[in-house]
Each structure stands twice: as C-alpha cells, then as structure tokens.
Ligand binder design. Structure first.
Ligand SMILES: C[S@@+](CC[C@H](N)C(=O)[O-])C[C@H]1O[C@@H](n2cnc3c(N)ncnc32)[C@H](O)[C@@H]1O
Length: 155
C-alpha cells in the first residue's frame, strides 16, 4: 500500500519554503493525520492544525476556530489546505482564500480531489503560482488525495 503522505511530502520538498517564519498552519485539518510526517519533514517548526469542528485529539497544537476569522497575529512560512469542502461552503472558502495572503510569509499549498475544486481555489487567490521542478512527484495514492494541487508564493 502506498504511503498516503508520500505525495504530499514530495510536493513540499520541491517548494521554496523559507526558514524565516518556521510555522506551518493546516487549515481545515480534520484529524490532522499528516502531523507526524510534517513534523519529521520540518524539524523545529511549529506545526498547527485548525478546524471549525471540535478536534478529537486534545493538543495545544490543534485549534478550533473558523478560518474566516483566523485567531493569529503571526505569519506562517507554510499554509496547507487539504481538500477544502468548497462545493459545500463556496462563500466561506472564497473569503478564507481571499484573506490568506495576510497570514502568509512563504508558500500556500492547496490539494484537492478534483480539477474543478482547484480551479475554484485559483480563482480566489491573488498570488503568483509556483511551478514544481523535476524529478517527478511520488505517485498519487488510490484515493487520489493529492492528484490536484496548487502552490503559490507571497508576492
Ligand atoms: C473535506 S474535509 C478535509 C479534512 C482534511 N483536511 C483531510 O484532508 O482529510 C474539510 C474540512 O474543512 C473544515 N472546515 C470547513 N469550513 C471551515 C472553516 N470555516 N474554518 C475551519 N475549518 C473549516 C471541515 O470541518 C473539514 O474538517
């Protein structure tokens, strides 16, 4: 069975992550199953998950909040949004993506299940895209969780 984080890790490895703001924020993190892999990939970084629903795990690194009004005064070197439910809550995610540049001091990476979802994200982001270099990325897992993605930089 493919490691479900292999594709994600292989994308992040190719992104121009800066150590200037060593903080990762995963918005709409759900159970945040990627946390161990991300901590390993980014040693010394604060790895924070945020979701509007109450998270099952009790951890200081998990925050329950509405991303429309992010409760942070700092910026993040990497913001991750995986599979935002944009078809269910289009207005909400439109506002979230439009506000995100204020909190970004580096790279935003969004992954989605479908091309249309990624198009939605692109349409609400006013930041320059990053093209990811060769060699090829790790294969997509059976669920296709990282088949479609977009990454952008701070202007
Ligand atoms: C399709 S799930 C994806 C969960 C996880 N990122 C994954 O890849 O499995 C979308 C998540 O976004 C969260 N979400 C929706 N609206 C949100 C908001 N306004 N602020 C924070 N999280 C939100 C939902 O609660 C849900 O956990």
């Amino acid at each position: 069975m493919l490691n479900s984080n292999a594709r994600l890790v292989s994308i992040i490895r190719r992104l121009p992550i800066s150590q200037q703001s060593p903080r990762l924020l995963n918005i709409g993190c759900g159970a945040f199953v990627e946390a161990p892999a991300l901590r390993k990939l980014l040693p010394g970084w604060a790895v924070i998950g945020l979701d509007i629903v109450r998270l099952k795990k009790n951890s200081t690194w998990l925050v329950q909040a509405d991303a429309v009004h992010l409760p942070f005064a700092c910026k993040f070197g990497l913001i991750l949004v995986r599979h935002p439910d944009v078809n269910k809550y289009p207005e909400r995610w439109k506002t979230i993506f439009e506000n995100l540049p204020v909190y970004l001091d580096g790279v935003l990476l969004v992954t989605a299940y479908t091309f249309d979802e990624i198009e939605f994200v692109r349409n609400h982001l006013d930041l320059p895209p990053i093209s990811v270099s060769e060699p090829p990325l790790a294969p997509v897992d059976l669920v296709g969780r990282d088949k479609y993605y977009v990454s952008v930089n701070t202007k």
